[in-house]
Write a protein that binds this ligand. Sequence first.
Ligand SMILES: [Zn+2]
Ligand SMILES: [Zn+2]
Ligand SMILES: [Zn+2]
Length: 274
Amino acid sequence: MSFDARGGPNAALYSPSMPEITFLGTGTSNGIPVIGCECDVCHSSDPRDRRTRTSALVRFGDHSILIDTATELRSQALANDVRCIDAVLMTHAHADHVGGFDDLRRFNELRQEHLPVYANSVTAAAIRERFAYALTDLYPFYGGKPDLILHEITGPFDLFGQDVIPIPVLHGRLPIVGFRFGDLAYITDAKEIPSASLDMLRDLDILVLNGLRERSHPTHLSFADAVDIIESVQPRRAYLVHLSHETSHVQAQQLVPAGIEIAWDGLTVTTRSG
Ligand SMILES: [Zn+2]
Ligand SMILES: [Zn+2]
Ligand SMILES: [Zn+2]
């Protein structure tokens, strides 16, 4: 089935070599506005300052791939008219990235079949424990639950004819993964990108990277950290996600060089390859 995440008519124009990404959520673990916060960013009238927890939808050909099941998956899917997901890639199992996991049930109903979920071994173990009702036989009489097949990934794999390359990165001490699809790469929640992984980020059209805030943080890239990585691998375009409420969209955009964009919830960009 052909499906355009934006509800537009152009799905047939895209080939598997031209992935497209929709930023479903671009906020850090609290989301923005933060509950009970009186700061200017949390009270901003700029819609780009309303950020749900970070996740994305990548499309190539007729296929839609969800990266992470963020806390607001249901509202993100409604806001972006996402009706079909063909697979789910998990970067890691922190609460903000898995909180919407049970909402995958609805995509099972729409597909009328199971959904494949891909994760590294650390993340797969954490998800199996957290969502044992769906991923183990421990709760045979549990009610409605998602119908999933969990695949542990150890290296590049094929997804509907598209090479998907897991990019190992460190989130503090936690080994997590980003993903590369052709000349699009998506990395969230990194603090350190090992040199072998930097080599996997060459010749990109679009690099998505986390950038938490101006100040340094022990487990996330700051804006300056992200800019250093972007300048070392030289993608044609770069987008930052996973922002905190310490800077507004406009302020954050002024803190990074031209050519680096601060993403916002609902933004869709298409790679220019082909
Ligand atoms: Zn705030
Ligand atoms: Zn995290
Ligand atoms: Zn996170």
